[in-house]
Design a protein around this ligand. Structure first.
Ligand SMILES: [Zn+2]
Length: 113
C-alpha cells in the first residue's frame, strides 16, 4: 500500500527531528497533501494510525491539510485552480500551464516535547 510507506516515512522524519531536539515524544504533526500528489487522504489517515504505533509519534495528533491546486498559464499568465493536470487555461484555452501548488506531500510542522 502506497500510503503506508508514505506514512512510515513521515514518522521516520518526525523521529529524526525529535532525536535532534532530544525530545521524548512528538505531540503534533501537520502534513500537507496536494490534490495532485496522488495520495488518497482517507487512506493516509488510516495508514498514519498504523505507522505511529510503537513509534515516538504514538499519541500524537496529526492534521492532514489538503492543498488545492493552483496553476499559471504559460501563454497568458492567468492563474487558476485546475480540476485536473490537463485542464486548459480558462482565459485563453492554452495548455502547458505551470503547476504552482497541489503536487506537494510534505511535513509542514511538527511539535515535540
Ligand atoms: Zn492562458
Amino acid at each position: 500500500m502506497h500510503e503506508l510507506s508514505i506514512a512510515m516515512s513521515i514518522v521516520e522524519l518526525a523521529e529524526e527531528y525529535a532525536g535532534k531536539e532530544h525530545a521524548e515524544k512528538v505531540t503534533e504533526l501537520e502534513i500537507e497533501v496536494g490534490d495532485f500528489s496522488g495520495v488518497v487522504i482517507d487512506a493516509l489517515e488510516f495508514a498514519m494510525e498504523e505507522a505511529v504505533k510503537e513509534s515516538i509519534c504514538q499519541g500524537a495528533v496529526w492534521k492532514i491539510i489538503p492543498v488545492h491546486p493552483l496553476a499559471r498559464c504559460g501563454s497568458c499568465g492567468h492563474t487558476y485552480h485546475p480540476d485536473s493536470l490537463f485542464q486548459p487555461c480558462p482565459a485563453c484555452g492554452g495548455y502547458g500551464a505551470e503547476i504552482l501548488q497541489g503536487e506537494e506531500l510534505r511535513l509542514r510542522s511538527i511539535l515535540v516535547e
